[in-house]
Write a protein of this length. Structure first.
Ligand SMILES: NC(=O)c1ccc[n+]([C@@H]2O[C@H](COP(=O)([O-])OP(=O)(O)OC[C@H]3O[C@@H](n4cnc5c(N)ncnc54)[C@H](O)[C@@H]3O)[C@@H](O)[C@H]2O)c1
Length: 333
């Protein structure tokens, strides 16, 4: 996010001096996939495969976006114009349009969240918290957020979600217990025995999921398994948490080759739908900006820290602990 300093010859819409935010996706905007709203899988900008991004492994020759100056390919497509001026009171809300707010909103689309639905979000990082927030904006009737970080779970509670600490017991059972308190379930308006979980499940953790046997060790299949167990028959899963074709830090040969053991038979028997992959940020860019401008969305509630560029390494080290530092905003001053 920033102010346009200079435009190239091929740029006709964006002008010097415009205040803009860009998606983390680098995309052409015109290929077969981009034209049908799948810019996260653009067929042009990554010479190696589908989908390109700034500073992300195997997603094209683009350096990271956390820099004082950024060259923006296909700038007319990428740049979303913003009202106001740098440093105003919407700055942090607008900044989150570059990735986590649209990504989280897409997670709710993948999981088919709509008014009245019940939702379980695994992970209370930036993506998980904003998935819960997007679900609430869409009118979900109950939203559970699972994590182990007290600070992050507190932020979930602050927006009206129900925090579930997985160190206090199996989160699937905890959610099913809490659901019994719900008026719809209590009043037997739904057949409780068959619909004791939730309708929509969101994975905002990915392969770096802590296991339950040893919470200090990653178990990349943990959240996928929990979701299959907690989502009701005919429900929907949105998997925005990242998974890798190869994971050199995997615990065994299978994990190192990106092969995970999940209860696929149960998933199939329940008839769950599952969507995965990189978000196509552009689809939600302008509508979410407009919700912010209208005062109907304030995603910046996730921001915990503001640092200058020279403090960024320390902020990253703290963020890696996945607790107090939920989202650090880097300023270039
Ligand atoms: N699909 C996309 O386009 C896209 C875009 C942005 C981020 N992501 C991915 O989304 C995921 C979340 O991103 P983030 O920035 O919020 O990350 P994060 O690491 O800050 O948050 C993950 C949270 O999950 C929690 N967690 C770990 N194991 C858990 C478990 N077993 N059950 C419940 N919670 C558990 C952690 O404590 C942490 O708070 C990452 O995998 C990231 O790469 C995907």
């Amino acid at each position: 996010m920033g102010v346009v300093e200079e435009v190239g010859e091929g740029v006709s819409v964006v002008k010097e001096g415009d205040r803009v935010v860009m998606p983390f996706n680098v995309a052409c905007g015109t290929c077969y996939n981009c034209l049908r709203g799948l810019s996260g899988a653009c067929l042009v900008m990554n010479p190696e495969s589908a989908g390109a991004a700034y500073g992300y492994a195997e997603m094209g020759p683009y350096r990271g976006g956390q820099a004082e100056l950024l060259r923006v390919p296909r700038a007319d497509w990428a740049c979303l114009q913003l009202p106001g001026r740098p440093g105003d009171d919407r700055e942090e809300d607008f900044l989150l349009l570059s990735d986590v707010f649209p990504t989280a909103y897409q997670a709710t689309e993948m999981a088919m969240v709509s008014p009245g639905k019940t939702v379980a979000v695994f992970g209370a990082g930036p993506v998980g918290l904003l998935s819960a927030y997007s679900s609430i904006i869409k009118g979900a009737s109950e939203v559970y957020v699972v994590d182990r970080s007290p600070a992050r779970l507190e932020r979930a509670r602050s927006i009206g979600a129900v925090p579930i600490d997985f160190t206090e017991g199996d989160p699937v059972q905890q959610i099913k217990e809490r659901r019994k308190e719900n008026a719809v379930v209590k009043g037997s308006l739904h057949p409780e025995m068959k619909l004791d979980g939730v309708e929509c499940g969101i994975d905002a953790v990915g392969y770096q999921a802590y296991g339950r046997q040893d919470p200090e060790e990653y178990d990349p299949a943990q959240v996928l398994s929990d979701l299959v167990n907690v989502v009701n028959p005919a429900g929907h899963l949105g998997i925005v948490g990242a998974y890798m074709p190869q994971d050199p830090k995997g615990r065994n040969e299978q994990e190192r080759n990106g092969l995970l053991t999940i209860p696929f038979g149960l998933l199939w028997t329940k008839g769950l739908s599952m969507q995965t992959g990189q978000a196509s940020v552009k689809n939600f860019h302008a509508p979410l900006r407009d919700l912010i401008v209208a005062g109907k969305a304030e995603p910046s509630f996730i921001v915990s820290d503001r640092v200058n560029i020279d403090e960024a390494p320390e902020a990253y080290a703290q963020f890696d602990k996945r607790d107090e530092v939920t989202k650090a905003v880097i300023r270039f001053e």
